[in-house]
Design a protein around this ligand. Structure first.
Ligand code: NI
Length: 392
């Protein structure tokens, strides 16, 4: 049922947008392969009178609409990619692309922005330029960076940019804002341990890479607990550890992969420095060596919301919904988000919309997750109000 705060023009589009969202859900596409999705987005934007640019970041789509004589420009961004997950929702509109799933709600974000786009082009109640950024590959492959490399803000300079993401566990349709550091930086590190292989029966003739690797995993736990200021946020997780193939062979090599998160650049630097030192010293204590590599393609900075843009975005929500429509205790998250790199080049705000806090609700990236369609009209109404306020 449509909530009373939904704009009438958006309420009229709600059924269409639910159908569109479910179509996207049934036809998910992986990062940089959003071919059908970007075709659909581009076709709709063209139909509604937007100037459409394609190919930024590969499958990215940008729509622009200028109205009146105002010289202000607002950018809104939605992500379009899905994840390599086998869907287990059993929904009638579940993925028809086996092994690929919209498990992060980017189907919803795309539908929300399209609904707002249609309404804004029809109602024409703004004065200035609206830039709609449909981004590929948000899920770790750097779609935002690729769009920037392709000249996003040279071609489409914006005064401020905004993006929203659904969040399971927050009440349906409530909006969450936080100025400053909001999402963590992420770094992926690979530690290669080199020992000397040998017979499992004669360990004294070998240098055991597994033992050195295990010691590294243990010792890394001291980095967050002993090196980082307890009042700062930091995460060091070893997510993969591979070594050996046979019970009677001591392997000469072990490989560990780590995910490292922080909210402050100085903490991020400290973590990487200490991980390297600990890994090398631990390996050396067993007579092995360790090399530590940071995957440059998988590095994302912390997401820092601009204070002024965030205050503005929050005020728009509060004027519309009252304080009751906002999440009151918004705290930073240790997840990451590549909208962060866009925010390094243009001030703006990344905000959350609650996906519901009911029992059995799945977190994003879970095979049972689904975007909450009750958020579509609320999210689109919010975008409309934000644009009409920014370009008043
Ligand atoms: Ni996501």
């Amino acid at each position: 049922m449509t909530q009373p705060c939904v704009l009438p023009g958006i309420a009229a589009l709600e059924e269409e947008m639910i159908a569109l969202r479910r179509h996207l859900h049934a036809h998910p596409e992986l990062s940089f392969e959003e071919f059908a999705t970007s075709d659909l987005v581009a076709a709709r934007l063209e139909e509604w009178g937007y100037e459409v640019h394609r190919g930024l970041g590969g499958t990215g789509v940008v729509g622009r609409l200028r109205l009146g004589s105002g010289n202000k420009v607002i950018g809104l961004r939605a992500d379009m990619d899905a994840l390599p997950i086998v869907e287990q929702t059993g929904l009638p509109y579940a993925s028809r692309n086996q092994g690929v799933m919209h498990a992060c709600g980017h189907d919803g974000h795309t539908a929300i922005l399209l609904a707002a786009a249609k309404h804004l082009a029809r109602s024409r109640e703004f004065d200035g330029t609206l830039v709609l950024i449909f981004q590929p590959a948000e899920e770790g492959d750097g779609g935002a960076r690729r769009m920037l490399e392709d000249g996003l803000f040279e071609l489409f300079p914006c005064d401020a940019i905004f993006a929203l993401h659904n969040m399971p566990g927050l009440p349906t349709g409530k909006f969450g804002f936080l100025p400053g550091p909001f999402m963590a930086s992420t770094d992926t590190l690979t530690i290669s341990v080199k020992g000397v292989g040998g017979h499992g029966a004669m360990p004294h003739k070998a240098t055991d890479a597994i033992l050195a690797g295990a010691a590294i995993v243990q010792a890394l736990q001291s980095v967050v607990s002993r090196n980082v200021n307890p009042l700062d946020c930091a995460v060091v997780s070893v997510g993969s550890f591979h070594a050996g193939i046979a019970p009677n062979v001591i392997p000469d090599h072990a490989e560990l992969q780590l995910s490292v998160r922080a909210l402050k650049p100085e903490v991020r630097d400290l973590l990487i420095e200490r991980i390297s030192a600990v890994a090398q010293a631990q390996a050396a204590s067993f007579g092995a060596t360790a090399t530590v590599e940071v995957d440059e393609a998988q590095r994302f900075p912390a997401l820092i919301n601009d204070a002024k843009s965030t205050a503005f975005a929050r005020q728009v929500a509060e004027d519309w919904l009252g304080a009751d429509g906002l999440v009151t205790d918004m705290a930073p998250l240790t997840g990451s988000e590549d909208f962060a790199v866009m925010l390094e080049q243009c001030p703006g705000c990344y905000l959350l919309i609650g996906n519901g806090d009911g029992e059995g609700g799945c977190m994003v990236h879970n095979p049972g997750y689904d975007f909450n369609d009750d958020c579509l009209a609320l999210g689109a109404s919010y975008w409309v109000r934000l644009v009409e306020s920014f370009l008043a």
